[in-house]
Design a protein around this ligand. Structure first.
Ligand SMILES: Nc1ncnc2c1ncn2[C@@H]1O[C@H](COP(=O)(O)OP(=O)(O)OP(=O)(O)O)[C@@H](O)[C@H]1O
Ligand SMILES: [Mg+2]
Length: 415
């Protein structure tokens, strides 16, 4: 070999060596990049996806990030993620963005798709032809998203240009990403179902609490009603009887005839008290009040009062039971108070009348009176206020020491 040929051969060898080295460097760096890129899609699905989901990032936002990562990783023309609910697949995320659309999928097709591996457009043509319109010459890879053998969705990778190599590049990654997404979607669905059950339980607990509150309130109200009726109704007989018994004791030597009359009244009062108690125990209003109305019932109450008492009822007709009983029991309690506190020689008078759709009453006595400062209300005055308040009425008490007592009540009669 002459020297020139030797130099030329050396140069060619050097160029070849450089070419092989450069090619080697380039191809290993592109395969590393590809490997790195596909790792990043898997890493996203394995790491960020689950952790961001658990930190409350919305599922649709994460699915968008996932299809972006897939598209970038494999230089796709489109990456899509479909989710399956009942009998439909819905396009949840796509890159590039596309209109949200759904396609029908039967349970049989779901089962076939769930058991398929990552497949091509040929598979889609047979089993999910509705996926194909709009992608005439594309290479497709479809990876089913499953959990426990159930189809949860589908990842679709589409490449219109450079077809052919997609399967070898993407299938392993798509399979792994679909597996990770399957776990996450299943967890998200379980969480949503759990949350729904919790919300329902919370709603039921609130309703239960409210209904228990209503029951307690109703029981309280019923107890108060019985208490009031015993206090204002039956107790007045006993008070009158106690006062009459004291009188009988005082009169037994001085005026035996009067004492005998009072004893007779005492017997009648005891019988009436028994009847009243029986009626109250059965939740029935005083029989005379329900049969004959306020005028008759109040006249009877005056007759058995512990002090001389009279009643004037002017132009008052019949009214609903709750109105008549409110007025009746208020007058009874006022009469009872007069009997207890007005003192010897006092008498009481009841007036009842109607005035432009308002029922009014007064119970006045000319007894000792009291310092009416609003502080001295016992159960009697409180019951009166409650009774009238419950039917939209009110009472006022006017009294002063030595100047008697007047209780006035008003009750609107409605339309
Ligand atoms: N007609 C009246 N004459 C004098 N004092 C009265 C009269 N009515 C009420 N009072 C005074 O007002 C107070 C409150 O009356 P209220 O009916 O509320 O309670 P009470 O009669 O003492 O007890 P209870 O009614 O619970 O048996 C009485 O204790 C009494 O001092
Ligand atoms: Mg009283």
């Amino acid at each position: 070999m002459n020297p020139t040929a030797a130099i030329l051969a050396g140069l060619v060898a050097l160029i070849l060596l450089a070419f092989v080295t450069i090619y080697g460097l380039v191809s290993s760096s592109s395969s590393r990049r590809r490997q790195g890129a596909s790792l990043s899609a898997i890493d996203f699905a394995r790491g960020s996806f689950a952790s961001q989901l658990s930190h409350g990032v919305p599922m649709n936002e994460l699915l968008l990030q996932l299809v972006e990562a897939l598209r970038d990783t494999f230089k796709l023309d489109a990456a899509e993620l479909w989710l399956c609910t009942d009998d439909r697949l819905s396009l949840e995320a796509s890159e590039p963005r596309a209109e949200r659309t759904t396609i029908a999928i039967t349970p049989a097709e779901q089962s076939i798709a769930a058991n398929a591996r990552v497949s091509s457009e040929a598979w889609a043509k047979v089993w999910l032809p509705e996926l194909l319109p709009g992608r005439p010459n594309s290479t497709l890879r479809t990876a089913p998203i499953t959990h426990g053998g159930q189809l949860l969705g589908l990842i679709v990778a589409e490449r219109a240009r450079r077809p052919g190599s997609l399967a070898s590049e993407a299938d392993v990654t798509l399979e792994e990403v679909a597996r990770e997404v399957g776990v996450a979607v299943n967890k998200a669905r379980l969480d949503a179902a759990l949350q729904q059950s919790l919300d329902q339980l919370r709603r039921q607990a609130t309703e239960l609490q409210a209904s228990r509150g209503r029951l307690v309130a109703a029981a309280d109200e019923e107890r108060r009603r019985i208490e009031r009726n015993l206090h204002d109704g039956a107790q007045q007989y006993l008070v009158a009887m106690a006062i009459k018994a004291r009188l009988i004791e005082q009169l037994s030597n001085r005026d035996p005839e009067r004492a005998r009359q009072l004893l007779h009244q005492l017997q009648l009062d005891a019988t009436a008290a028994l009847d009243e108690l029986r009626a109250l125990a059965h939740g029935i209003y005083p029989p005379l009040l329900s049969s004959s109305g306020l005028a008759e019932a109040l006249s009877a109450a005056c007759r058995r009062a512990a002090l001389p008492a009279s009643v004037d009822v002017i132009g008052v007709g019949r009214h609903p039971a709750e109105i008549e009983s409110a007025v009746y029991f208020c007058c009874l309690e006022a009469l009872q108070n007069a009997g207890k506190y007005a003192g010897a020689g006092a008498s009481a008078h009841i007036r009842l009348w109607e005035d432009s759709r308002v029922l009014r009453f007064e119970v006045a006595d000319d007894g000792s009176g009291f310092e009416s400062n609003g502080q001295n209300a016992g159960a009697g005055l409180t019951n009166m206020r409650d009774r009238l308040g419950a039917v939209g009425g009110s009472i006022t008490v006017e009294s002063a020491p030595g100047r008697g007592t007047k209780l006035s009540g008003t009750l609107p009669l409605g339309a």
